[in-house]
Write a protein that binds this ligand. Structure first.
Ligand code: NOJ
Length: 751
């Protein structure tokens, strides 16, 4: 039987090669040829995506039973499946469509490979704190290598949603608050996933999501409505998507939110006008999970049929788990409500992605058991995961150089998260098992650091499952006394606090972003018996922790760092690695300041007045706890000699001298911001337009150069027109968005 199957496979691969894959006619011709052979049902089938035969990330529609799906596979009525993992399972499904359906068009296998497959890298927000585009690209490359070895050929990543609201749990999945940094990261991730040759067996199609404005979920509440003005849309939300399209991203996922009162899934302006027409996007649009069906729940369509009509017309090419297209598109075509031409256009986009992946040449190219066995979680991948984990850590405070730890000091370690091998994996842990992260305690053990550990208190009650709510411990303080005594009898106390791994991510919004449960109280108790406290934070979003900022001498932000978490943290605590991360998102002092972000507009009442009528709070400062771009090092960097020149073409070159004035080698992210001082539309007080990460030995000085093209000085009008306006600009360079040297220039013309 096995050998018969094998021969069948060889023959079918050969037929693919001759008829479709290696033909000399161009891809367009191949697609046209294939389309001409397809029935309407088969075409609509390509626009249909089913979840694997079990529930994973959302409510599975009741009608979606496995038997029916199997029948649809055999008829060629399925273009893709998601959440099917493992070579064996992938092969089984691919064999059904290849061998049993009339035309044998291979399936796309999609999955949320967000920050690794089995080897988990830091969560994307953490990686973004590295500002190291090569390391970020490499991390996505490794994710693709592992995922593709298990049969996956398409990831629903990167999430490129800009967000200014840390209450929203999905900020963990993105690149932070800034469109320039977010665009650079989007590009790096897509290049990593898709590699230089999409048809190789270790590269996978990427997805830029969620198009568009999902990060604007009102009040940070997941799946809430969104309201975005066009000026913000074009200048803040769309740039990372545009960068993704320019990086040849193969698919774009639409969003659960609204745009101008219309669900994004039904928005022609977003999907057709901007994405496909204006940007020439050549891939296809996948709906988000049931987002077509949810258009009726929004009140935009009367039923599933109208939802199918509106979504297809608006340019949503593939239906993820709404069952809308498979049930209603045929009827809609027959009734003349949707043209077959529109269907052909969507299907040809989908088929082209399959061609580009090389699936017609070999539908089983991702089904190699040897690769699956050998590539996952290997040493090279672990090493890379450690490298980016270290780079993602941000040193927030280090009074009197309390860190790195000094030899001979008696060390206490406190906190549930210090001993946690699951939380550091973060959300979206896809092919990785619970309890596989290196904990902080293990990381210290691996460096032979002696310590006394006391938990203090549990963070959550019981084991938390991905689909369950997290129940935080708010009552059990029985471990406090022991923890205090361990802390009191030590020279230095490392307190590891933050969020459980499932307190951020999809559907994990919070109204209170302080330390959850009893942790704040524990921290204060520990501080009352020992002033040498190092707070190690582990969290998936910016936290509001003003008391800690005021009272704790050393604070290290470690996010959720993935498989190698504890090793990375131990290397930073001991000084084996000098921290170099910078915040990709502002940390507020309190939830009441949200949204708070560095690239805000000037108001008419910005300056402090002697009277009360200026833009401020009566109970809180305007400034953030820590600003965008902020992060310290164990060494000191000195900036001097800033110089800025501009030529007749409006190009700007800027430089600054950077000296490592401390005693250890360190990396610094030098940041360049601009301000268009007066313009037709009000521009932000600062906009990041360049950054460079450099490593300097003690005493070393380097001149850091930047050049800005005309495009970097322009902006979009609310109509989406890109304009560059002459006049005065501030050019600012420095170590974070608030500590900058400024030079004013005048741009007379942009020739
Ligand atoms: C819903 C999420 O919003 C989306 O990002 C994800 O890719 C799909 N579920 C599939 O898991």
């Amino acid at each position: 039987m096995a050998s018969k199957n094998y021969i069948l496979l060889l023959v079918s691969s050969l037929i693919y090669s001759i008829t479709l894959g290696q033909s000399s006619i161009g891809m367009d011709n191949k697609v046209t040829h294939l389309l001409s052979q397809m029935t309407l049902e088969e075409k609509i089938g390509q626009m249909n995506q089913y979840n694997g035969f079990w529930e994973v990330t959302g409510p599975t529609p009741k009608e979606g039973n496995a038997k029916e799906k199997y029948e649809h596979l055999k008829k060629g009525w399925v273009g893709s499946v998601l959440n099917v993992r493992g070579v064996e399972n992938v092969r089984k499904l691919q064999e059904i469509v290849v061998n049993e359906s009339r035309l044998g068009i291979p399936l796309l296998f999609g999955s949320d490979v967000i920050h690794g497959y089995k080897t988990l890298a830091p969560i994307p927000l953490a990686e973004s704190a590295s500002w190291d585009l090569e390391a970020i690209k490499n991390s996505a490359r490794i994710a693709a290598i592992e995922a593709s070895a298990t049969g996956i050929n398409w990831t629903f990543a990167p999430m490129v949603d800009i967000s200014r609201d840390p209450r929203w749990g999905r900020v963990m999945e993105g690149g932070g608050e800034d469109p320039f940094l977010g665009s650079a990261i989007a590009k790096a991730r897509i290049n990593g996933f898709q590699g230089s040759d999409l048809s190789a067996n270790n590269t996978i199609a990427a997805t830029a999501k969620h198009f568009a404005g999902y990060g604007w979920s009102e009040s940070g509440r997941e799946y809430n409505t969104t309201s975005v003005d066009d000026y913000t849309l074009y200048n803040v939300i769309l740039p990372p998507f545009k960068a993704a399209v320019d990086s040849d991203v193969q698919t774009v996922m639409n969003s659960f939110g609204l745009y101008n009162g219309i669900p994004a899934t039904g928005s022609s302006k977003l999907q057709r006008d901007i994405l496909k027409d204006r940007w020439n996007f050549e891939g296809f649009v996948i709906s988000d999970w049931a987002s077509i069906k949810e258009m009726t729940l929004h009140g935009h369509t009367v039923d599933l049929k109208e939802a199918a009509e509106k979504a297809a017309i608006a340019g949503s090419d593939m239906d993820m788990e709404s069952y809308a297209y498979i049930k209603h598109l045929k009827e809609l075509v027959q009734e003349g409500k949707i043209s077959e031409k529109l269907i052909d256009e969507a299907v040809s986009r989908i088929l082209k992605v399959k061609f580009r992946l090389g699936l017609f040449e070999d539908p089983y190219k991702y089904c190699n058991e040897t690769r699956e066995q050998n590539l996952l979680y290997n040493e090279v991948h672990q090493k890379a995961a450690l490298d980016i984990a270290k780079k993602s850590i941000v040193l927030l405070k280090n009074d009197n150089n309390l860190l790195p730890l000094q030899k001979g000091n008696k060390i206490a370690v406190i906190g549930d998260l210090a001993d946690d091998k699951t939380s550091p994996l973060g959300s979206w842990r896809i092919g990785s098992d619970d309890e596989t992260a290196i904990s902080v305690l293990e990381g210290l053990d691996n460096l032979n650091i002696d310590y006394n550990y006391s938990r203090g208190c549990k963070l959550v009650e019981g084991k938390v499952e991905f689909t369950q709510e997290v129940i935080v411990n708010t009552t059990d303080k029985t471990g406090f006394e022991e923890a205090k005594s361990v802390a009191e009898n030590s020279d230095i106390v490392i307190v590891v606090l933050g969020e459980h791994g499932f307190m951020s991510g999809e559907a994990r919004s919070r109204t209170d972003i302080s330390l959850p449960g009893l942790q704040q109280e524990l921290l204060e108790e520990i501080r009352s018996v020992n002033s040498n406290v190092v707070l190690v934070l582990m969290n998936g979003r910016p936290l509001a922790i003003p008391w800690a900022e005021k009272n704790i001498p050393a604070i290290v932000e470690t996010w959720q760092l993935g498989s190698q978490s504890g090793n990375a943290i131990a290397e930073v605590l001991t000084g084996k690695y000098n921290p170099s991360g910078k915040l990709p998102m502002t940390f507020p002092r309190s939830v009441g300041q949200i949204p708070i972000y560095y690239n805000q507009f000037s108001t008419g009442r910005q300056e402090k007045e002697s009277h009360v009528f200026w833009s401020h709070y009566i109970d809180e400062e305007n400034t953030p706890l820590w600003p965008f771009g902020y992060g310290l090092s164990y060494t000191e960097f000195e900036y001097s000699n800033m110089s800025v020149k501009t030529n007749n073409n409006g190009e700007v070159s800027a430089s600054i001298s950077l000296k490592n004035a401390g005693s250890s080698t360190g990396e610094e992210v030098v940041q360049l911001y601009i301000q268009d001082i007066k313009s037709s539309y009000v521009r932000p007080v600062k906009e990041l337009k360049g950054f460079k990460k450099v490593s300097l030995a003690p005493g070393e000085t380097q001149v850091i150069n930047f050049s800005l093209a005309k495009e970097q000085l322009g902006y979009y009008t609310p109509e989406g027109k890109f304009v560059s306006e002459t006049g005065e600009f501030n050019i600012m360079i420095g170590t974070n968005s608030q500590k900058l040297s400024t030079t004013k220039i005048n741009i007379a013309s942009f020739n």
